[in-house]
Design a protein around this ligand. Structure first.
Ligand SMILES: *Cc1c(COP(=O)(O)O)cnc(C)c1O
Length: 213
């Protein structure tokens, strides 16, 4: 995995240190995470607050340098847990959530890195702000809720060429002035790196198939 990332970065004339590999451990037990930690992996992704809560507090107690990212949708009533548990949240996508995160961050005195999720394919079943609404939403997060937005995140539609979506996200990031791009999964992370991904979220290609939840 590291070698494939390094090669994709080199091809794109980028430094491989500029690409963070998020090992997506959802659907896999803490032992699988432990095995990855043993070979040097520190950044992990989970898509559910509850699942992360059962796995990571114990792992963190043993490894203070873990970096745990929430990559799935976040319900407002789980915002407090999410702020306590995660180092980054990739799914900020609506006003009420942004407002709640702002107050939970102030309350906890702990600030996860925040990514705004953009629904680049405008799929009704998918979370994320519509691309044309993204600049105003980022502005609102900054000005109204005083949140620092670190980057943008997308999950392209399954049946479309991902590069168009990655390029769209990269352009939006330039427009709103953020440096981080969370894009690319097992099937397309090399394409994402070519188009500027700083965070690739890779599950199956590292841990194998998940048992369906
Ligand atoms: C599960 C998941 C991934 C990882 O998917 P793989 O295809 O297993 O690499 C990446 N991003 C999000 C948001 C996910 O939910």
């Amino acid at each position: 995995m590291r070698a494939r990332i390094a090669k994709a970065a080199q091809t794109a004339q980028r430094a491989s240190e500029d690409v963070t590999l998020i090992a997506v451990s959802k659907g896999h037990p803490a032992d699988a995470v432990r095995a990855a930690i043993e070979v040097g992996q520190r950044t992990f992704g989970e898509n559910r607050v509850q699942e992360a809560k059962t796995k990571f507090p114990e792992l963190r107690a043993a490894h203070a340098d873990l970096d745990v990212h929430l990559i799935g949708p976040l319900q407002t009533n789980k915002a407090r847990d999410a702020v306590a548990l995660f180092d980054a949240i990739h799914s900020v996508d609506r006003e009420h959530l942004a407002e709640t995160l702002a107050s939970e961050i102030a309350r906890a005195g702990r600030t996860p890195k925040l990514f705004v999720q953009v629904n680049t394919g405008e799929e009704p079943q998918k979370a994320g702000v519509a691309p044309r609404e993204a600049p105003a939403f980022v502005r609102q997060c900054r000005e109204q809720f005083k949140l620092k937005i670190s980057g943008l995140m997308c999950i392209p539609p399954e049946d479309e060429e991902p590069s168009l979506h990655f390029a769209m996200l990269a352009k939006l990031a330039r427009d709103v002035g953020v440096n981080n791009l969370s894009m690319g999964m097992s099937a397309d992370f090399e394409t994402a790196i070519k188009l500027g991904a700083t965070h690739v979220r890779v599950g199956t290609a590292i841990f194998g198939e998940r048992v369906k939840a």
